[in-house]
Design a protein around this ligand. Structure first.
Ligand code: BF8
Length: 641
């Protein structure tokens, strides 16, 4: 196996890695190599930098110091480090949710001139039905103008973030039994602002040193994101930008076009990228591109921003997390505009090896020496247009001799939502999860799997996602995906209905053909993991598969995770009763066998879900299937097969 084959299974990525090697351009893989061997104390989670009596570390061999200066041992240090990661991950998703809710409040503002009304901002309400149903959930009167509903709803949504007492409104979406478990454990989440502050408080010097209690607090913090901030992000994006419906698109670096101005959007918040979708169609910009010798403007995305505009507009996806640098290395990208999260600081260096302009747009994510054009919802369209114009003008600087666009692009279908799936299954007039439940009860579908998360250069890029997912669908497990994992599987052709014939087991194939769905459903970006929680709750409400989320024959996995956000997602899934596997390294808990044991074993008795760590994709599949079969047996369902 060549060195690029060890780095990625994706042929387009391999080509660009080869080019990077030849041109001595450093990528994440090279930087990982130069970090080796990585810090053993950090890997084990036994290094503490909480106070200035440290940094302290516990000797994992039991010979040296077993506590820090304050007396904190490995259990406390590892659990505290982990809790801080949960807090950070939840902050990221939920702060995104808050910004979107804020945009909804602006979208509700109108100017009235005589009889005509104009919006003061470039956003509208595109899913009125969803606006109304959400308004009802929050006790907002729907017998008024949509602007007034949006105004009152956005106020209530923004209040959710700071909710000091009681419970988040969306907790009611969970099955009753799950709500009772949360109450009993004292982990019913309040607003994310309170939960994150409290979680961070518990981890400071001289605070909580009971690792089990730190896990409990982490679960509550994570639930506040999953059933709060992230869920608000998903719902409000659907309201303003339109709820996705199944849509065909293309994926991989081959979506970049040689004779076009190529613009990439990268990050997470779709409010700017949606405006970019509109701005690339601006006749003035298209005329300028043509004047400069291009055939037009081509927009594509990286990471979760890509998933957002794919789901709603069919905009092609250039790649997932580890392809952000590789896309630039094609030499064909005129401009990459970034917003928040998962944007490598290294992009500045890689873009400076080419003509590519990098533009940051968020005051929360600035890069030294990089052009910053701050995004404001007020002039969203004009700002998007201004940024894209820079890209168009940059076409003149492209060095054609350095352009290598890999000829790899694959079809995919994305845009599945909790509402969409029930409509596809039950019909538009009587949307229902009944057919899904019946297929599971009858054993045609063995169970459900959520396969989500990032890439990590420690693992062969995309290998874990695709090997795991192929094995699951071969065994009749219907797979739900989000984030970079969905992009990985899309590149291998798993996200089209035709994939069922090639890869799915007999039972799953039958269902996929009857309904016309792929065996792997793309539900969106990482905040859209909330769609999986709600869909699973609706499966319980439909009946026949138990009373709680932990009863469903289902499992979750983040096979190539790297981000703190993935840890938070794992925590809210486990705290919702889901057995969840993480690939690569455990979350730096091995230095505390007690904590590792608690997360991977005892937690199931406490909350119904638990973590598992595994570094082999086929073994992951076996573990997930074994768990699914265990749940089938507990429900006394017909044995699969
Ligand atoms: O939020 S899957 S690498 S892009 S963290 Fe980041 Fe991970 Fe991709 Fe989306 Ni999610």
């Amino acid at each position: 196996m060549s060195s690029v084959e060890k780095k990625s299974i994706d042929l387009a990525s391999q080509e660009m890695l080869q080019k990077a090697q030849e041109e001595n351009i450093k990528t994440a893989w090279d930087r990982l190599e130069s970090q080796e061997p990585q810090c053993g104390f950090g890997k084990l989670g036994v290094c503490c930098t909480v106070c200035d009596m440290g940094p302290c570390r516990v000797d994992p061999f039991g010979e040296g110091a077993q506590t820090g200066v304050c007396g904190a041992g490995a259990d406390t240090i590892a659990a505290r480090n982990l809790a801080r990661k949960v807090a950070v991950g939840g902050s990221a998703h939920s702060d995104h949710g808050r910004d979107v809710a804020h945009t909804l409040s602006l979208a509700s503002q109108v100017h009235t001139h005589g009889k005509s009304k104009t919006h003061t901002h470039d956003y509208e309400i595109l899913d009125l039905e969803k606006l109304k149903s959400l308004a009802l959930e929050f006790g907002v009167n729907i017998d008024q103008s949509k602007e007034q509903i949006a105004k009152e709803l956005s106020k209530k949504l923004l209040e959710e973030f700071g909710k000091q007492e009681g419970e988040l409104t969306f907790c009611k979406r969970a099955p009753k039994k799950r709500q009772e478990i949360w109450k009993k454990l004292g982990i019913t989440p309040r607003g994310i602002d309170r939960e994150v502050v409290e979680l961070l408080h518990t981890t400071t010097m001289g605070m909580d040193n009971d690792y089990k209690n730190l896990v409990t607090s982490s679960m509550r913090g994570a639930l506040s994101d999953g059933w709060g901030g992230s869920m608000i992000a998903t719902e409000v994006q659907d309201i303003m930008l339109g709820s996705p419906v199944p849509i065909r698109g293309k994926v991989n670096l081959g979506v970049l076009k040689e004779n076009y101005v190529n613009i990439l959007v990268h990050g997470h918040e779709p409010v700017l990228s949606e405006m970019a979708v509109k701005a690339v169609q601006d006749p003035e910009l298209i005329a300028l591109a043509k004047k400069l010798g291009a055939e037009g403007i081509n927009l594509a995305g990286i990471c979760c921003t890509a998933n957002e505009i794919l789901m709603r507009n069919g905009i092609p996806v250039a790649g997932n997390f580890l392809q952000q640098e590789l896309a630039i290395i094609t030499g064909a990208v005129e401009l990459m505009m970034v917003d928040v999260q998962c944007i490598m600081p290294a992009l500045h260096e890689v873009t400076s090896c080419f003509h590519t302009k990098l533009v940051t747009t968020s005051p929360k994510a600035r890069f030294p020496g990089v052009q910053h054009i701050e995004f404001e919802t007020k002039n969203a369209y004009e700002i998007a247009k201004q940024i894209i114009k820079i890209g168009v003008e940059n076409f003149a600087n492209r060095n054609k001799s350095r352009v290598n666009i890999p000829k790899h692009e694959v079809d995919l279908v994305a845009g599945f939502t909790k509402e969409g799936v029930s409509k596809m299954l039950g019909g538009v007039y009587r949307p229902s999860y009944r057919p899904l439940n019946e297929a599971i009860i009858a054993g045609k579908i063995r169970g459900l799997a959520g396969v989500v998360g990032c890439n990590n250069p420690k693992q062969t890029h995309d290998h874990f996602h695709t090997t795991l997912v192929k094995e699951l669908i071969k065994n009749d497990v219907l797979v739900l995906q989000t984030g970079c994992s969905a992009i990985a599987c899309a590149k291998q052709g798993l996200l089209v209905p035709e994939a069922a014939k090639l890869y799915a087991g007999k039972g799953l194939l039958e269902i996929c053909e009857a309904v016309g769905i792929p065996p792997v459903l793309h539900l969106g970006s990482c905040v859209d993991n909330s769609r999986i929680l709600v869909a699973a709750s609706q499966v319980i409400a439909e009946g026949g598969l138990g009373e709680d989320l932990s009863d469903i024959p289902a499992a979750g996995c983040a096979p190539e995770w790297m981000s703190e956000k993935a840890i938070t997602i794992g925590f809210y899934f486990v705290a919702s009763g889901v057995y969840t596997i993480f690939g690569s390294s455990p979350f730096a808990t091995l230095g505390s066998p007690n904590l590792t044991n608690y997360l991977t074993k005892e937690l199931e008795q406490v909350v119904g879900g638990r973590f598992e760590f595994c570094d082999d994709p086929l073994e992951m599949a076996q573990l997930m299937i074994a768990h699914i079969d265990k749940k089938r047996a507990a429900l006394k369902l017909k044995a699969w097969g």
